[in-house]
Design a protein around this ligand. Sequence first.
Ligand code: ATP
Length: 573
Amino acid sequence: MQIQGSWTQLDKQNRDKKTVSVPVSELIGVEEGRVEILPQKKVEESEQHFTVFSVKRGPRGAGSAGLWAVGRTLFSCSSRDLRDHWVTQLRAALRDRSASRPQRLLVFINPFGGKKRGVQIYRTLVSPLLELAGISAHVVVTERANQARDHILKKELTGFDGVVCVGGDGMFSELLHGVIGRTQQEAGLSEHDPTETLQPCNLHIGIIPAGSTNCVCFATVGVSDPVTSTLHIIIGDSQPLDVCSVHHLNTLVRYSVSLVGYGFYGDVLAESERHRWMGPLRYDYSGCMVYLSNRSYSGVIQFLPADPKFSSPRDNTRCLSGCRVCSESTERLFPQSDASSNASFYSTSQYSQDSSQSDGDWVSVEGRFRCVSLTCMSSSCPRSPLGLSPAAHLADGTGDLILVRDTSAMGFLKYLHRHTNTQDQFDLPFVEVHRVRAVRFSVPPGEEESDEEEDGGKGTEGGGDRAEQECERDRPERKSISQQHLAERGVERGMGDDRKKKERGLFFGPCCSRAPSVSVWNCDGEILPHTEILCRVHGQLVRLFARGIEDGARTRSCRGGGRKCKGRCVLHT
Ligand SMILES: Nc1ncnc2c1ncn2[C@@H]1O[C@H](COP(=O)(O)OP(=O)(O)OP(=O)(O)O)[C@@H](O)[C@H]1O
């Protein structure tokens, strides 16, 4: 049952204005006196006043759904005793009814993420709110890539209720790998075995968006806003999240929550890594260049379909806060009575990379594709508000596999454009979408990249681009994953293979002087070092301090503490 606090606002003539209700679970803190927290802390001592801080939802409307702010309500009492009584009672209510709230957090700040404002964002917006809520934080400002992941994997974490990153999707990925890896180590499980039923992680992950891409935050909260995310952490929201493990020959390559993409999305990432010096603009530039190059790739895709009776990628539903499909999946994924059923569901034979189509359940598709994408969530972002797969679920143990077959340049543009509006991007003859539990990808015999050792401009070092080199000096070890793989694979060499010249669009020819026979995989913004992979979706493997996207129509609008509420309120018991 949700306990509500409600009060009536009074205007200057002490007349009732309106009654405001706030669930106790959405109270942030109570302070004696007249207090302001943001943008700067101001305290005015007063024996008869106290200030209540609570979650305030932003006005409904384009772009603000899901935006939370700090609501501030000033109460005046007839005596100091009465004031103290209220403060004590409210603090006790907060303590008693908030078992899920974190008390101690481990925070990692990437000082180089996005516009390099991570430290400032934490100091000015996050830390004051954590302090108000009585949450203590141990803060690590990272000095190198993968420091946060290694810290979580190796250091003592006793006493922490959650780990938080201040950064972008890359930082989130570090925490994801650290938390999953640590949990499996402690459980004595092998992450490399694709048939293993991994142990769900108890340590919650919080994301304070401060990167150039904050897709995971946007897709799980609905907005990319540091204050909103901090408030979700404070009130101890808990959103389970499916995670896809990517394997190559029985070795874990990476975990992904948003996109494992081959073809267009892989090429855009590879191209953008070469233009890192451009900053966030590089994604637009690379998107245009790769689109103009008009490439498609051969591939064999095998997938294990999810049970269509629970949901489908084209059922026009949205995974919103309190999603029914996800809650029902919890019961299926973690049946109280029979813990072993999960293991048999994912039987060894079904996941063996060597197994053939005779596995029965596996479906096989072969052809030339513009892109092959697997996503465990809608992957909505400000540019694509409904995302790659609008009906995908955050926590139902499935992913959506989107196959875009080779088509004309105009056809592909139509597909891409539909991500930016409400038109159905799957309603095109060259697009198919499947809800799946696992996917295998291989290159047909004879199409493998035969020329990995081909010469010519390998890596970025040889490029001699000064701006790029200066940028890299700012970001020690940043080159370690994607750029290393690019250099090793020779993807940056101009992608040469004259055999494929005839497959280039004539009109767009100048943009793709040489077409490659294979693409690369983009795994949540990192390039994978392998082409042939096996992906498996692990239902509700991690938990975020979030609650999914709130349906604006269903949420209560709390206006307490707004500018018009000058603060004289009467509390109802
Ligand atoms: N101190 C550091 N120096 C260099 N790299 C770091 C540091 N801390 C974290 N990183 C790495 O930087 C990468 C990008 O960070 P993050 O996701 O926070 O920012 P971003 O701006 O969204 O990233 P990108 O520039 O890749 O879009 C992460 O993969 C992380 O591993």
